[in-house]
Ligand binder design. Structure first.
Ligand code: UDP
Length: 238
């Protein structure tokens, strides 16, 4: 068995990192991610997954901007369900037992989110996917990841993004922007660093989530490397 840094993790997959250049889904990437999660699962790690919907819909951008915010966010939450179903299917094709729980009831698709059931699934070695974010408009899937990580007592949030860490400025606009290797929640908040949104950082800070590791999902093997203790990207901590 491989060396393992965390026992119970919450993996947050950004929707954008699962799509491809305007295409809704990059199915090869989804399968690569699922294959790596199987390897992590084989390390006896307990795994929960929260997926975004940026590849499908964002409640405040593009055509959503002129909509009523609540309805636009409902569409975003449904987007996370679509991504979660795709990932559940990919994981099952890897031979992994999964359970999909949703913050918005859709009982034909998924179990309603229940804390005790989620814990039971994790203890039994099932990968649990949490769909529909927090179930509330005006929140993000990052906030859902923070909330569920606190609830299940995760040792770490693995924040897999389409960028390789947290920078002191937007690297797409400022070529001088520097990657930060290690920051505290308070620093992230004070400096307005875009790790997660402010609500998510507050939840992690107040509840002392031991670690968030932010890294790029461009190479899905990064998930495995991080689980083995690789210090890539950015560590955010109390
Ligand atoms: N969303 C929401 N409540 C939640 C989580 C998500 O209303 O608790 C909606 C919101 O419209 C958001 C969209 O779902 O823009 C997609 O989630 P997010 O932007 O977090 O996805 P990501 O950036 O991780 O792909």
């Amino acid at each position: 068995m491989m060396e393992q840094k965390y026992k119970r993790v919450l993996i947050k997959l950004s929707g954008e990192a699962l799509g491809e250049n305007g295409r809704l889904f990059d199915f090869d990437q989804i399968d690569r991610v699922a294959a790596v999660i199987r390897e992590v699962h084989e390390m006896q790690a307990e795994i929960a997954i929260v997926i975004g919907a940026g590849n499908i819909w964002r409640g405040r951008q593009g055509p959503a901007a002129k909509m009523g915010a609540v309805t636009a966010d409902h569409m975003g939450m449904l987007g996370t369900m679509i991504n979660s179903l795709a990932m559940q299917d990919a994981l099952e094709r890897q031979g992994i037992q999964t359970r999909l729980q949703t913050a918005i009831e859709m009982t034909r698709f998924a179990e309603p989110y229940t804390y005790r059931r989620a814990m039971r699934h994790l203890e039994k070695g099932r990968v649990v996917l949490f769909a529909c974010g927090t179930g509330n408009p005006f929140f993000s899937t990052d906030t859902a990841a923070a909330l569920r990580a606190v609830e299940i007592g995760a040792d770490a949030i693995l924040l897999a993004k389409n960028i390789d860490g947290v920078y002191d400025d937007d690297p797409r606009q400022n070529p001088e922007a520097k990657l930060l290797k290690d920051i505290t929640y308070a620093e992230a908040q004070q400096r307005g660093l875009r790790v997660m949104d402010a609500a998510a950082i507050t939840i992690c800070m107040e509840n002392k989530v031991p670690a968030i590791r932010v890294f790029g999902l461009d190479d899905p093997e990064n998930i495995l490397r991080v689980m083995q203790g690789d210090g890539m990207g950015t560590l955010v901590h109390p």
